[in-house]
Design a binder for this molecule. Structure first.
Ligand code: ARG
Length: 413
């Protein structure tokens, strides 16, 4: 008796996989695993209904809290990839680990996903699964299936596939973002219709504000009300979504080198990232901010690749942890025309000193204005020396000094 644990969503790809794993791959049993990372309730109902019609035994694993924690780690790293806050990317390791746990509990021989050979998700799943000693199978990729073939196969087999929004778009939803792709959206010149959006209203003239409190870089409260991570994210998706905040329409460079057109909605992510950066501006020194930008960029790249467990990421987080010890305070974010910007910040760790920056104080920390005179004299000293040396060395060689003198050559002729 052989069995395989399948990442199951109830969508077309994974539904077709249930049959193929038995018929083509010869597994006696398929265990469906659906992992809750904040999808809408309707998706679970759909998955359950499809599974039931299949006689498929499914496990639903709640990983919302774990996923929300990872989203907050990404806030500490100000993480976006080419402008996208990584919702799908960060959810994959959480899902892959949950499925692996079920597979082990159930004594499965193998793990399966319904990803194609073109996307990122196959890599994000398999990097985790291949560290186990279970087999990994990917029917859609290995059999070179197209969506058209799958639709026909499902029909022939009488497989219950619910098309969702008529299968017009391919949608991936979790707490952190909602991604919409496929169909006509694959044409970069096609302007997306408003109805692809579910979380965000069309931005109108109305403005609003929200106050986010952070402790050690982690968001802990909204407008003075403390909330658990998953609740805080859901709450902000509603609040900021009503102002049309957090839409991205982009050309994305996938890991395999393909460019794709992607649309995303992520109101909470945009709000929290704006607020967090606003607070870092207040409490971190310039060197920390400059260097952290590089650290953050690396974190985001690894996040996109599904490699949040890499030793490299742990090392990056060493730096991040140290900086975040002072990222405690509040930031007010303004929603305006679908955009966000910090409009007020407060922290006990503010590096800012109103007294020092003010025009109205004479001495601060024993330093007076006149002390800047020496600094001003020295400022740019080395450039001055270098420029003077060049001027001197080239004084008697005008042809060198004018350099690239095509005009001169012409007049000489
Ligand atoms: N391209 C994105 C990523 O790799 C998200 C893809 C989501 N999938 C979908 N069917 N909408 O992170």
């Amino acid at each position: 008796m052989t069995s395989v644990a399948l990442a199951f969503s109830g969508g077309l790809d994974t539904t077709v996989c249930v049959s193929l794993l038995k018929e083509e791959y010869g597994y006696d049993d398929v265990v469906g695993v659906t992992v809750d990372v904040g999808q809408p309730e309707s998706e679970f109902e759909e998955a359950k209904a499809t599974a039931e019609a299949h006689g498929l035994d499914i496990h639903v694993v709640d990983a919302k809290d774990e996923f929300a924690d990872l989203c907050f780690d990404s806030v500490r790293a100000n993480a976006t990839y080419q402008g996208y806050p990584l919702g799908t990317a960060l959810a994959r390791p959480v899902i892959a680990n949950a499925i692996l746990d079920v597979a082990k509990e159930e004594g499965c021989d193998a793990l399966a996903h319904g990803c194609t050979g073109k996307g990122n998700d196959q890599l994000r799943f398999e990097v985790i699964w291949r560290a186990s000693d279970l087999d990994v199978v990917a029917p859609v990729r290995e059999m070179g299936l197209t969506r058209e073939w799958e639709k026909q196969y499902a029909e022939e087999k009488g497989l219950p596939v619910q098309a969702g929004n008529d299968g017009v778009w391919s949608i991936d939803t979790n707490l952190w973002s909602r991604s919409i792709e496929g169909g006509q959206l694959e044409d970069p010149s096609y302007i997306p219709p408003e109805d692809i959006y579910e979380w965000t209203e069309t931005p109108q003239g109305e403005t609003g504000t929200v106050e986010i409190a952070f402790e050690n870089g982690y968001p802990v409260a909204v407008d003075g009300e403390e909330m658990e991570p998953a609740d805080l994210i859901e709450h902000l998706n509603e609040v900021a979504g009503a102002y049309g905040v957090g839409r991205t329409d982009m050309m994305e460079d996938r890991m395999l080198g393909l460019k794709v057109r992607e649309n995303y909605e992520h109101p909470a992510a945009t709000t929290l990232l704006t607020a967090h950066e606003g607070l870092e501006q207040l409490v971190l020194t310039k060197e920390e901010r400059d260097f952290k930008e590089q650290i953050d960029q690396q974190w985001a790249n690894k996040g996109y690749q599904g490699l949040v467990d890499a030793p490299f990421v742990k090392a990056l987080e060493g730096f991040i942890d140290e900086t975040q010890t002072r990222v405690t305070g509040t930031v007010t974010v303004k929603f305006d025309g679908g955009r966000t910007r910090p409009v007020a910040r407060e922290s006990d760790y503010a590096v800012y000193s109103e007294e020092a920056a003010s025009f109205n104080t004479k001495t601060v920390g024993g330093i007076t204005q006149e002390d800047a005179t020496g600094v001003a004299k020295y400022h740019g000293f080395q450039s001055r020396l270098a420029n003077a040396a060049v001027a001197k060395a080239t004084k008697d060689k005008p042809e060198l000094a004018t350099d690239g003198g095509d005009e001169k050559a012409e007049t000489d002729e």
